[in-house]
Design a binder for this molecule. Structure first.
Ligand SMILES: [Zn+2]
Length: 236
């Protein structure tokens, strides 16, 4: 009997871990690693009027390409920044319309709406409907994979993240990324904020040149997700 309970508990833990795991494959395919010749920087929660232009400037300085997972509601006001990023060769991904904290508990219909509203806004500004999707907070709703499949989209996780929404120390951010980043990996950083409090992203901006410099010295090329995964950035 106790063995039985232990195995149920074990399975529950496994399932919980899978649901929260950015790389878990139990519920569906998550992309987080690709072409080992490069590395993919991804920036979530923008576009942001203060930080996105500065991220673009730093990326240009290093001739690096990246992918921006944008929030649909921010595009309504700052969509020109996504257009600018796209024109400079970066890829735009979908990070939902409202970045709801309760994303995991939404009905399939509401979830689809969150994704499609962001798709519509993105298309207005960059001229295509993004293929790549990252779920807010990295958690997953059991409905999500069916919806993405139906829409022809792909879920993107990460190989390493900096926790730069919680950390205000540039050194801690760059050290963590540089210690953990593997060839082919997807790196998660933030150029914006999901909250109305508008968190300060100065630490990320300060860490970015060091991250780019060291990874470049290691021979890494900075690829968009389109290049890293060999998949088109848009859906037809
Ligand atoms: Zn986010």
């Amino acid at each position: 009997m106790s063995l039985w309970i232990a195995s149920i508990a074990g399975f529950a833990l496994f399932a919980l871990n899978e649901i929260a795991n950015p790389r878990g494959a139990l519920l569906g395919k998550v992309l987080w690693k690709g072409d080992r010749r490069g590395i993919a920087l991804t920036f979530d929660d923008g576009p942001h009027p203060l930080y996105t232009p500065r991220v673009l400037e730093i990326l240009d300085r290093f001739r690096a390409k990246a992918t921006f997972f944008v929030i649909g509601k921010y595009l309504q006001e700052h969509g020109a920044l996504a257009a600018e990023a796209s024109q400079r060769g970066h890829v735009i991904g979908n990070h939902s319309c409202n970045h709801l904290r309760m994303m995991n508990f939404l009905s399939g219909q509401k979830l689809r709406q969150e994704i499609l509203e962001c798709q519509r806004e993105a298309e207005k500004w960059v001229g295509y409907r993004p293929r790549f999707y990252r779920q807010p907070a990295g958690f997953r709703n059991p409905n999500i994979f069916g919806i993405l499949k139906e829409l022809g989209m792909s879920m993107v996780g990460w190989q390493v993240r900096a926790f730069d929404t919680q950390r205000q120390d540039p050194l801690a951010i760059s050290r963590r990324i540089l210690k953990k980043a593997d060839p082919g990996g997807v790196i998660l950083l933030h150029d914006g904020s999901d909250s109305v409090l508008n968190q300060d992203r100065t630490a990320t901006l300060k860490a970015l040149p060091e991250i780019l410099r060291v990874l470049r010295d290691r021979g890494m090329e900075f690829l968009t997700l389109e290049e890293l995964f060999g998949m088109s950035k848009d859906i037809k």
